[in-house]
Design a protein around this ligand. Structure first.
Ligand SMILES: [Zn+2]
Length: 258
């Protein structure tokens, strides 16, 4: 018995995920952007929703939660304990490292602040898989709204330190946009070139490029490659520290026009 992951696209480019513990049928949704797409998937599969897992409080991650809670009175909302007031309907509060049992599947909350001050990820060791919200993206990372560059860098390193085979389920389909920036600062990275060829084929067939793996990100994601001599030279910081390189490329990405 394991965990079934059902991925569906919501709004323009958000991925929502239903997680169903196969032993017990217990079901959770990660970051529901809206109510109706989640209800549609639940109804199609004749599933009952028990939990919402929230990574952070931005509208495109929480707006489905209040209407789902009204529709399903015993629905429980799980999120980080700090700043719980910003999460709607939150009933179960977890600290960094706490484990929540979805039926028979343990899910660990990892605190990864920077995009927001209480942003978290959900790590499922038994797969392994991580739901990274807007912290770590495929070939990219979230913008920093509520933290220092060092805080965000350390959060990304925490995710990078998960087992390399860990599947990365991030909250947006941004691979091609992120890849264009990555290629502009590390054009000699053949792993990146090859990955983008595959991603372009997938997107032209309207298929998701998510999930990836931590191993793929380590080879191609510039925000996890702040020690790359090619990147350091290309951005004019040949002897910069990893945090200095991270700060510079995060700022460059903010104004990058692919
Ligand atoms: Zn966000």
């Amino acid at each position: 018995m394991g965990l079934e992951i059902i991925q569906y696209l919501v709004l323009n480019d958000n991925y929502n995920y239903l997680l169903r513990d196969e032993a017990t049928g217990t079901t959770a949704v990660v970051d529901p952007s809206m109510m109706l797409p989640t209800m549609k998937v639940l109804n199609q599969r004749d599933l009952r929703l028990n939990y919402v897992l929230q990574t952070h409080h931005h509208y495109d991650h929480v707006d489905g939660t209040p209407p789902l809670s009204r529709l399903i009175p015993d629905l429980k909302v799980v999120g980080p304990k700090d700043e719980h007031k910003r999460f709607p309907c939150q009933a179960i509060e977890l600290n960094d490292g706490d484990v929540f049992e979805l039926g028979e599947t343990p899910i660990r909350l990892l605190s990864v602040p920077g995009h927001t001050s209480s942003h978290c990820a959900y790590y499922i060791e038994s797969i392994p898989a991580v739901f990274s919200g807007d912290a770590l993206f495929t070939i990219g990372c979230g913008r920093i709204f509520e933290g220092s560059f060092e805080t965000m860098y350390n959060s990304l390193q925490k995710l990078a330190d998960l087992p390399p085979e860990t599947k990365l389920y991030c909250a947006h389909e941004y691979t091609l946009e992120n890849g264009a920036f990555a290629l502009s600062i590390e054009p000699g990275n053949q792993d990146l070139v090859k990955r983008l060829e595959v991603a372009e084929r997938l997107r032209s067939d309207n298929l998701p490029t998510v999930p990836s793996t931590i191993a793929e990100e380590l080879k191609t994601n510039p925000f996890l490659r702040c020690d790359s001599p090619e990147i350091k030279n290309n951005i004019g910081l040949p002897s910069g520290s990893e945090v200095e390189v991270f700060e510079k490329i995060r700022k460059m990405k903010n104004s990058f026009k692919g």
